[in-house]
Design a protein around this ligand. Structure first.
Ligand SMILES: C[S@@+](CC[C@H](N)C(=O)[O-])C[C@H]1O[C@@H](n2cnc3c(N)ncnc32)[C@H](O)[C@@H]1O
Length: 244
């Protein structure tokens, strides 16, 4: 048995600060009001405050155990909720979705609702910055038990975390993540589905939600996107409203 609180702590150990976080942080530090959608344990906004961000910082996530870790800082607003249900209007100069949180919206309705809510939350001239894995690179093919990660958790337990892809249905990959002891005793199994949108479909969803691409990169050092890029990194902005 491995609790939700343990799983949230383990997430931070398995996902230490990296180049993508530096990329997002540079955008956060340049904006006076920021909404982190799918903020998880809040590491990014914590770091922004530590670096001296004095503006409005807000994180939203449906996962209570992750938010409990985020709430260790009370100078940031933490909201338990889903992107699809957000009701902010013209409140944030920047909205981000870090660590492929974008991929959790697997149905067209979920994705459209989330993007529309993000569009509404942006101030005029605001930006939506996010990344999603490039489907052409087929990252899920490496999500096999042979590629398990050995890790020591926050309580000093030696664990093995592995993935197994259950199905690939169109652009939706359904998988399990198993947390086990090194001896092979299963402590926890989490099931998840992620959507791997290509750039064409991605841009259509953005367009339908009233957004457009300002600039697109293929990695966190801002190299141009190509078919072999691991990530589709997008800076989007509200689309001008056409009056007819
Ligand atoms: C891969 S984690 C990324 C967490 C964090 N952004 C980071 O950089 O570590 C994806 C996050 O999306 C959250 N999430 C799942 N469904 C969501 C939804 N409908 N709306 C907003 N966030 C959601 C999960 O709870 C999880 O914290």
């Amino acid at each position: 048995m491995y609790s939700d609180a343990d799983a949230a702590a383990l997430y931070d150990i398995l996902n230490p600060w990296g180049p993508s976080d530096d990329f997002y942080l540079s955008h956060v530090m340049a904006s006076t009001s920021v909404l982190d959608v799918g903020c998880g344990t809040g590491m990014l906004l914590h770091r922004a405050r530590e670096r001296g961000h004095t503006g409005r910082l807000c994180g939203i996530d449906p996962d209570d155990a992750s938010l409990d870790r985020a709430r260790t800082r009370d100078d940031i607003t933490w909201v338990e909720g889903r992107a699809e249900d957000m009701e902010w209007e013209r409140k944030f100069e920047l909205t981000i979705m870090a660590s492929n949180a974008f991929q959790v919206f697997v149905t067209n309705d979920q994705l459209h609702s989330a993007l529309s809510a993000i569009r509404r939350a942006l101030t005029p001239g605001g930006k939506f910055v996010f990344g999603t894995r490039n489907p052409l690179v087929r990252a899920w093919e490496g999500w096999t038990p042979e590629h398990a990660t050995d890790v020591v958790d926050h309580r000093g337990r030696a664990l093995r975390v592995s993935h197994y892809v259950e199905s690939v249905n169109g652009d939706v990959v359904t998988f399990t993540e198993t947390t086990a002891t090194r001896e092979g005793e299963t402590l926890r199994v989490d099931a998840g589905s992620l959507r791997f949108l290509d750039t064409e479909n991605l841009d259509e969803f953005l367009h339908e939600a009233g957004l457009e691409v300002e600039v697109r990169y293929g990695d966190w050092s801002r190299a141009p996107f190509t078919a072999t890029s691991d990530n589709i990194v997008t800076v989007a902005r509200p689309r001008p409203v056409t009056v007819v």
